[in-house]
Design a protein around this ligand. Sequence first.
Ligand SMILES: NC(=O)c1ccc[n+]([C@@H]2O[C@H](COP(=O)([O-])OP(=O)(O)OC[C@H]3O[C@@H](n4cnc5c(N)ncnc54)[C@H](OP(=O)(O)O)[C@@H]3O)[C@@H](O)[C@H]2O)c1
Length: 256
Amino acid sequence: MLSSFPAGSRALVQGASRGIGLEFVRQLLAEPAVGQVFAGCRFPDQAGDLAALAATEPRLRVVPIDVTDEAGIARAARAVADQTDRLHLVVNCAGVLHGGPAQLAPEKRLADVRPEALAASFAVNAFGPLLVAKHFERLLAHRERAVFASISARVGSIGDNRLGGWYAYRGAKAAQNMFTRTLAIEWARSRRNLVCVALHPGTTDTDLSRPFQANVAPDKLFDPGRTVRQLLAVIDRLTPADSGRFYAWDGSEIPW
Ligand SMILES: NC(=O)c1ccc[n+]([C@@H]2O[C@H](COP(=O)([O-])OP(=O)(O)OC[C@H]3O[C@@H](n4cnc5c(N)ncnc54)[C@H](OP(=O)(O)O)[C@@H]3O)[C@@H](O)[C@H]2O)c1
């Protein structure tokens, strides 16, 4: 149970149509301290599980957000600001590894690198959380504790990279990490109660990891419920001294 958030806390989860983001929405709604959850999702009409949740849960509002559309992010921020003057938690979950219009496929070697795939991966994985920060910042500018958490991936760690490959995803997650760190430095000066971190969820059984699960030991493959319980426990323990860091699901720090 979340203990470090004030009663009536308000949260935004973007990338909430499925996978880890949808599970964040479910678990936040089960938290007594959480008064309202905004769920960002690019195609609300196609997000059946999220719509079903919203139909029975008056604390949940679905907000259209495609993180590759800055004007749309700005519109979403205005729509949320019409309903609340503050957010205590923002979780950036939207991410891509394979598929989509650019037909992303993790590269095994240099010859597989394609500019369209690089651009598509960077647009969602790296630019998305930064633009969400830009437009939602004013809702985080209050005196209560707030957390801005971006779900990254261990493969985005430069220091931890021993296997290579996956250029578009690794590069975009490394850029996301750099943006997180840079944002934390700016906010440490201006928004002292705001903690800004990157989080690695661990390999989680979702559409994103499904084609790559063959070599993952069963005890290393988490269901989304476990992943989100672990990440919420990490988020709950964060203090301003942790801002600008990269944490794994078990609370251990990952080198940038
Ligand atoms: N699963 C893992 O093992 C794992 C490991 C490390 C890191 N991660 C990270 O965890 C995060 C969540 O991944 P997941 O496993 O939950 O993946 P997932 O089940 O494939 O879900 C991805 C989510 O991102 C959304 N999304 C994609 N492009 C978007 C866009 N342009 N605008 C808004 N939303 C967009 C999808 O929405 P639509 O339904 O509209 O496509 C979906 O809600 C990602 O950042 C991923 O990189 C996952």
